[in-house]
Design a protein around this ligand. Structure first.
Ligand code: ZN
Length: 251
């Protein structure tokens, strides 16, 4: 039951409203119920229900990590569930929050010199973009710029050839290295990004929901969720799925 007090979304921090039909608080900024979750239906099957904290949302706006504050609500979450569909024109992903509600989608385009992923909210507005840059002479290095909903440059993913394999590094908008892969956990089913001090920034787990391509992305408070999600999706596709089509021979 609602007690009439103003409460704030435990995920994105915006004000929530009480929905008496559902006996729960709801955030219309990030489509999150606050005390219960629903399974995601895809391909006629249902995902396991995600367990969320059942306590009511806070009465004071939660203090968000500094790197998250300027983001739109969709990019202020510490956990995302991403479902992938392969379509003839390229990959498409649906982005869900942990309450089982869709927040947006990603449309990918794979072109000869790289990839391009456009992120949209449920209203069809573009909220982020990741774009590969053609590098005509430096064939061994690929760069993907990450931009926010206003087109501001937020960071870059750089793919460099190391001794035996490519390394995928993440840089911030000032060109500083944010993190690089944890080489000990760099598998098709699970990969991590760590900062130069070895702290975990991002964990991508692909075993959560096994009947189709999907993954769970966990973002630490040390990193902006927008660039973390951008990295998870681009690297999963370019590094771990790059052998699905011969048209990606540049890989
Ligand atoms: Zn919210």
């Amino acid at each position: 039951m609602s007690d009439g007090r103003t409460r704030y979304c435990k995920f994105c921090g915006e004000q929530v409203e009480f929905m008496s039909d559902f006996n729960d608080y709801y955030c219309r900024y990030c489509y999150s119920y606050q005390t219960h979750s629903e399974s995601i239906k895809a391909g006629g099957k249902e995902s396991p229900k995600y367990r969320i904290d059942p306590s009511p949302p806070p009465e004071a706006p939660p203090v968000l990590p500094p790197a998250w504050r300027r983001n739109i609500p969709m990019f202020r979450h510490k956990e995302y569930l991403v479902m992938q569909a392969f379509l003839s024109w390229g990959p498409k992903y649906d982005i869900y929050n942990v309450t089982g509600h869709k927040m947006g989608e990603i449309k990918g385009k794979i072109i000869s010199w790289g990839g391009e992923w456009s992120y949209f909210d449920l209203g069809g507005n573009q909220v982020a973009k990741v774009k590969g840059n053609p590098t005509l002479f430096k064939v061994q290095e690929k760069t993907f710029d990450i931009r926010d909903h206003q087109g501001n440059f937020k960071g870059a993913i750089k793919s460099k050839f190391g001794f035996l394999k490519r390394a995928w590094e993440l840089y911030d908008e000032r060109g500083q290295l944010i993190g690089r892969p944890n080489e000990e956990i760099w598998l098709k089913t699970n990969f991590q990004l760590v900062d130069p001090q070895g702290r975990l920034l991002l964990n991508v787990d692909k075993k959560w929901f096994t009947f189709r391509d999907q993954f769970r992305v966990i973002v630490s408070e040390l990193i902006d969720p927008l660039i973390a999600l951008a990295y998870a999706v681009a690297v999963d596709y370019m590094y771990f799925q790059g052998d699905r089509s011969s048209s990606r021979s540049w890989f």
